[in-house]
Design a protein around this ligand. Structure first.
Ligand SMILES: [Fe+2]
Length: 317
């Protein structure tokens, strides 16, 4: 009887925590050095790839250091709403005082008959804060590529957002400046077969170049690539900074170590969420803001990612 009571109490606590996490989000802040030489502010081996142990959570705006640029990165909202009209989420984005907002895909739910209005309304409102660049995830991409299943929803969604000034990057790039630094933002769409649940499709550097061309040596390359499975290919392509999502942090996390399962049922997915470095290249994988197939989050808060990017003297500007 005693053990039954303990088990019931445990299940109750876990359930309460899941419900709490599904209704809240945090702001995760990463420091990034712009330029070819990345300083090792995070204190781990530059030449190794490790889970995101350097993330720092902030509860609002932090003092901006000289030469710092703020970028907000959002992914996998999946139509989630935080507060009326997403007011809580919008406030968090606004408080970060970003120069640029980057949407990394799966902001809506790509299922027949599902409304995209919550996502459209939120992204449209963000465009009043600063320029918004939007790369598609598998949900938007399948709606676009399979109109026989999803009708014209994607095209209506995109048209509404473009009308509000949102820049869609569908295997396309936009060049901006952060201070003195020329920056190119590219949105990558990979074949939908690369999102398959059983095994994975191949994706090599040549296939990436066929879609978005070669990296440009004279700019800092930010690559919005929704699916982190192919991180090594993105690094081989030459991205200075890769921004991904898709894994929702691994649904349930072993705190400080890794996520357990992806929404596509990949067990212990690599790059489940956090910051990763390989040499001078950096990747940030968002743990996402919403959920769809598995409506669970445990020890895995939804997040708004704030990139606090500093220019480094002597970089390639
Ligand atoms: Fe996704």
């Amino acid at each position: 009887m005693k053990y039954i009571k303990i088990a019931v109490g445990f299940i109750f606590l876990i359930s309460a925590e899941i419900i709490r996490e599904l209704r809240s989000f945090r702001v995760t802040s990463y420091k990034i050095t712009l330029g070819k030489t990345v300083s090792d502010e995070t204190g781990f081996d530059k030449n190794s790839l490790r889970e995101g142990i350097s993330d720092r959570t902030v509860s609002g705006n932090q003092g901006r250091s000289a030469g710092e640029h703020r970028l907000v990165f959002l992914s996998d909202l999946h139509n989630q709403v935080y507060g009326r009209g997403n007011s809580r989420l919008l406030r968090a984005v606004r408080n970060a005082e970003p120069e640029v907002i980057l949407a990394g895909g799966d902001m809506l739910v790509g299922k027949a008959g599902r409304s995209y209005e919550a996502a459209a309304d939120f992204v449209r409102q963000m465009s009043s804060i600063c320029p918004v660049y939007y790369a598609n995830g598998n949900h938007e991409q399948r709606m676009k590529e399979m109109p026989e299943c999803y009708g014209q929803d994607y095209f209506e969604y995109k048209a509404k957002l473009e009308e509000a000034g949102v820049h869609f990057l569908e295997n396309d790039s936009a060049e901006i400046r952060l201070g003195r630094l020329p920056v190119r933002i590219t949105g990558l769409e990979i074949p939908l077969s690369c999102y398959g649940r059983l095994g994975k499709g191949e994706l090599n550097k040549k296939q990436v170049e066929e879609r978005i061309g070669k990296r440009k040596p004279s700019v800092y390359e930010i690559l919005l690539a929704h699916n982190p499975v192919y991180m090594k290919t993105y690094f081989k392509w030459g991205a200075d900074l890769v921004l991904s999502g898709h894994f929702h942090g691994g649904i349930v996390r072993i705190p400080g170590i890794t996520g357990i399962i992806s929404p596509g049922f990949r067990i212990f997915p690599r790059y489940s969420g956090g910051i990763y470095k390989e040499g001078t290249q950096t990747a940030v994988v968002s743990k996402g803001l919403g959920s769809h197939t598995i409506p669970i989050r445990l020890f895995n808060p939804a997040e708004v990612v704030v990139l606090r990017a500093c220019e480094r003297d002597g970089n390639h500007v």
